[in-house]
Structure formats: structure tokens, C-alpha cells
Design a protein around this ligand. Structure first.
Ligand SMILES: [Zn+2]
Length: 135
């Protein structure tokens, strides 16, 4: 089977930028975390994704490493009162989480699309040119 479409890195970059992994023109999301059924630009079907909770797990890991590292650094360096910790780290956690959820979900959807996972594989197989018979 021949590889068609954008490379893996291009598809993942497009997904992380919240655009269609196939063409890079259409929007991947129709609402904050609702993936569009199809690309408004090229018509690529996007509803086959099964991102489920994976983006949330990845975002929790990223944000947790950043915030916990900063909390420990601040505590051991400055030893601020607890109210300072709460007023710094709670808003930072919320902002980082909201900022990362959509790009991470776009990345996961693009990964599934590129690997042909779930319904994406059947769609690509249906669109692939038929093999040439040599007999
Ligand atoms: Zn597209």
C-alpha cells in the first residue's frame, strides 16, 4: 500500500494547530472540544476519531509536571505562605489546562487519522486507487 497525503509530522503539526490533518486549511473543531464531522475545506471525514480521555490524561501529565515543579521550586526557594501558593498555582493550572486541551486533542485526532485508526482506515482504503492487475 502506498503512502498518500501529508507526512506524519505535517499531519501532527496541523492537528496541534487545530486544523485539518489532510489539507491544513479547514478547522478541526466546530466547538471548543467538539471535532467537526468533516473538513469545511477539503471534505475529509473527521468524525471517526476516538480521542476519548487521552487528551485529558496527556494534559494532566504536562500541567502536573510544570505546576508541581514550580510549586516545589517556590516552596524551597522562597517558602511563601499558603495563600500565595493558592493564588499563583490554581489560576496557572486552569489557564495551562484550557490552553493545552485543544492542541493536544487535535494532535491525538491527527495521529489517529494518520495511522488509519478506527474508521479512518476504512475511509482511506475506500479512497485508495485499486491495485493494477497484471494478468
Ligand atoms: Zn481538510
Amino acid at each position: 500500500m502506498t503512502e498518500t497525503g501529508p507526512s506524519m509530522s505535517t499531519a501532527l503539526r496541523r492537528g496541534a494547530l487545530c486544523s485539518c490533518p489532510q489539507c491544513g486549511e479547514g478547522r478541526l473543531f466546530r466547538k471548543f472540544l467538539k471535532v467537526a464531522d468533516s473538513c469545511e475545506s477539503c471534505g475529509e471525514e473527521l468524525h471517526h476519531h476516538r480521542a476519548d480521555d487521552m487528551p485529558a490524561y496527556i494534559v494532566m501529565s504536562i500541567v502536573g509536571h510544570i505546576v508541581v515543579g514550580l510549586v516545589l521550586w517556590a516552596e524551597f526557594t522562597y517558602a511563601p505562605p499558603v495563600w500565595v501558593h493558592w493564588s499563583l498555582w490554581l489560576p496557572l493550572t486552569v489557564v495551562l489546562t484550557l490552553a493545552l486541551l485543544q492542541p493536544v486533542k487535535g494532535f491525538i485526532v491527527a495521529l489517529q487519522w494518520k495511522l488509519g485508526m478506527h474508521g479512518f482506515g476504512a475511509r482511506k482504503a475506500a479512497l485508495a486507487p485499486a491495485p493494477v492487475s497484471t494478468s
